[in-house]
Write a new protein. Structure first.
Length: 337
């Protein structure tokens, strides 16, 4: 009898412990699910995400959760120099992400960059140099879901150098370049040197006011329209692919266009100095280098992007200098006006 009572008490204790463990495990799953729901809901609300069906929402959420896991893992690493964050790209598949890039290397561009690049002699350079606040530097624009990064990179430089020459700033229209430049492929890609060649032959480029940008929302190249040109271009120059030559050009002439490979880590950039060893050797995105600096002994480029001011550090990214990260130092050029 005494033995039976002891056994009964023991069974009750075991049942309570197991029940408590199951409840805690279930609560943990609920909390984890609740956390995922919270982040997903915040993401869809912040970026105005609307989906056509429950199936599409499930697909998008699956992509989002993979990116969330990847970003959290990256941000926990003690050996990285930069942080990542969730942004508007977090629910896009690989094909859709390509719509936001668009640099296409064709013809003799690779040979031209090596053959004609200006190599600067060593001279005393400032430790930090930053053109972001220059009155001739245009505001950050957003190319949207059109592979027109090349047009934004090219036009930003024409904005700057025409302003520097005339003393008056005119915001030139990327849409004019996307629609009318027969050397490139509109929303299907292009390159800034070919774009400058077209502007030179066209005797100028129309302003944003007279030829506003809309391909970012339509994802298609528009029909070429006539307009009165504002900014001009007389050609372009390559810069030799080494950091000293690029720094010399930045400090003596001005900002430059550059191309790199933009992968998922680049697209999720938040703050810090971007350094990446897993890039493809093929460039797919055009940007601008507008300065350089050093932080805690680590040199970096100040790089202007065309994904809106919400992306990265108010539309900019710091990229480690001197290591040719993702080929950022290979295809440096600027327009002449």
């Amino acid at each position: 009898m005494k033995y039976s009572i002891c056994l009964l008490v023991l069974l009750v204790l075991i049942t309570n412990v197991l029940g408590k463990g199951d409840k805690e495990q279930e609560n943990g799953k609920d909390n984890q699910k609740g956390k995922g729901d919270k982040e997903w809901n915040e993401f869809t609300e912040k970026y105005g995400k609307k989906y056509k069906s429950k199936l599409e929402e499930m697909t998008r959420r699956s992509i989002f959760e993979k990116n969330l896991k990847r970003i959290n893992f990256h941000n926990r690493r003690p050996d990285v120099l930069y942080k990542q964050k969730l942004n508007q790209f977090a629910d896009l598949d690989e094909i859709e992400k390509n719509y936001f890039k668009g640099a296409l290397l064709e013809g003799n561009i690779t040979n031209d960059a090596a053959k004609y690049g200006q190599k600067s002699l060593l001279r005393s350079l400032p430790t930090n140099f930053d053109l972001r606040s220059s009155p001739c530097m245009p505001q950050i624009h957003n190319q949207g879901s059109c592979g027109s990064c090349w047009a934004f990179s090219a036009t930003s430089m024409l904005d700057y150098y025409n302003c520097k020459k005339t003393g008056s700033f005119t915001d030139l229209g990327e849409q004019h370049m996307v629609d009318c430049n027969h050397y490139d492929k509109g929303c299907n890609g292009g390159f800034y040197t070919r774009a400058w060649r077209w502007v030179t032959e066209n005797s100028g480029q129309c302003s944003e006011t007279t030829y506003p940008y809309n391909s970012g929302s339509t994802s298609v190249t528009g029909s070429c329209k006539n307009c009165s040109v504002s900014g001009t271009c007389s050609g372009y120059k390559w810069v030799f692919a080494d950091s000293t030559s690029i720094m010399n050009i930045l400090t003596t002439i001005g900002p430059v266009s550059a191309a790199l490979h933009a992968n998922d880590n680049f697209m999720a950039y938040d703050t810090g100095i971007y350094s990446e060893s897993g890039c493809s050797t093929k460039v797919n995105h055009a940007v601008n280098i507008v300065g350089y600096g050093e932080s805690n002994g680590i040199p970096y480029w100040i790089v202007r992007n065309s994904w809106g001011s919400w992306w990265g550090d108010n539309g900019y990214i710091l990229i480690k200098r001197g290591d040719n990260v993702c080929r950022i130092e290979d295809y440096i050029a600027y327009p002449t006006v």
